[in-house]
Design a protein around this ligand. Sequence first.
Ligand code: URA
Length: 238
Amino acid sequence: MSKLSLDRVLQSQGFGTRKYCRALIEDGDVAVNGDVVDNYKTLVETDGLVLTVFDEEWVYREHVYIALNKPANFECSRKPSHRPGVLTLLPEQFTWRDVQPVGRLDHDTTGLLLISDDGPFNHAQSSPKRHISKVYQATTQDPVTPALVEQLLAGVQLHDEPAPLKALSCVQRGEHQLEIVLEQGKYHQVKRMLAAAGNHCAALHRSQIGGLTLESLGLAEGEWCFLEQAQLDLLVPD
Ligand code: URA
């Protein structure tokens, strides 16, 4: 059980600055579990809290865990320079909460991207020590050969890595299609592994992280959803 003043609650949920949140409350635009509260100092129990702001319901969440089906031509970096950032695909409220992508996908890579404002979660998900597998669908420029698959499974040497990097699994899915599973998350890893093995990655899509598949979320490109505990539980290593 934890109680916070209503202005702090609103600010924590990304409704704006403390000053703006106080004004919303004093104007009678905020209800707490259905009852309008116009004193911003009112202490509110956050467990099970449902706010109504401008007639829209908002379930209180201490942290948000979001899955996005990332389209091509969006950058994951904190300060995007050449293309719009992935956070522009989310309601502005999340930017106020300082959500960040968990790891990165290249601007031209599509698929499952996690986004959260829970720093320790982001850190743990990105940690190489956790061995969380990621499944990619790669389209290759040259046809896939058994030798390519063997090489990726045996390990390829990238110039700035101390040891060869191996795919956990690698399966041909079509003449130019590979499903490749990686445990590490090195910079441009799939593209660089394919290049080191003598092919070229023409397109890349991430379809799964740990046991969480993009398909199970039913998100169209550019769509996002909250992840609930059962889905977060799938993100632990197998
Ligand atoms: N590997 C890559 O090369 N790019 C990505 O975006 C993800 C994995």
